[in-house]
Design a protein. Structure first.
Length: 136
C-alpha cells in the first residue's frame, strides 16, 4: 500500500515538471557553448555556470541570461558577491543568436554571433535525402 501511494505521489510530482521545448533547449545549449568559448578566449576557464535565467518577452526575441562564477579555493561556487562574476546575455532573433555583455547603462555589447539553420520539416526532409544519397 505504501509503495502504491509513493508511486502515485511520484507521478503527480513528475507531471508538474515541464521540459523546455526544442527551440528553448537548442538555444540554451548553444548559449552555454558560446559562453564557455567566450570564457576560454578571455582566459577564464575556471568559471562555472551558476545560474541560467530565461526571459521570454512578448516580442520575437528570446533572451537567456547566464551567470558564471569562479569557485573559491575549495572548489565551491558561493552566491556571495565577493567572487568574480561574469554575466552574459544570449538573445535569439529569428535564426540568429547573439551573445552580449550587459552594461550598467542598460545597453549590451555584442561579442559573438551565430546563424542557426531553420528547423522546418522541409529542411529536415532535404537533409535526410542528402544523407540517403551520400550513403547509397
Amino acid at each position: 500500500m505504501k509503495i502504491n501511494n509513493l508511486f502515485l505521489v511520484s507521478i503527480l510530482l513528475l507531471t508538474g515538471c515541464q521540459l523546455p521545448d526544442q527551440k528553448t533547449h537548442q538555444q540554451q545549449e548553444i548559449c552555454k557553448s558560446l559562453a564557455e568559448g567566450y570564457l576560454k578566449i578571455q582566459n577564464r576557464q575556471g568559471y562555472e555556470l551558476w545560474k541560467l535565467k530565461n526571459h521570454n518577452p512578448q516580442t520575437k526575441t528570446d533572451t537567456v541570461e547566464l551567470t558564471y562564477k569562479k569557485p573559491n579555493e575549495n572548489g565551491v561556487v558561493v552566491s556571495a558577491s565577493l567572487l568574480s562574476t561574469v554575466v552574459l546575455e544570449c538573445t535569439r532573433k529569428e535564426q540568429q543568436i547573439v551573445m552580449s555583455i550587459p552594461q550598467t547603462t542598460g545597453e549590451s555589447i555584442p561579442v559573438l554571433e551565430v546563424q542557426v539553420p531553420p528547423t522546418s520539416t522541409d529542411t529536415q526532409k532535404n537533409l535526410g535525402l542528402v544523407a540517403q544519397t551520400k550513403i547509397q
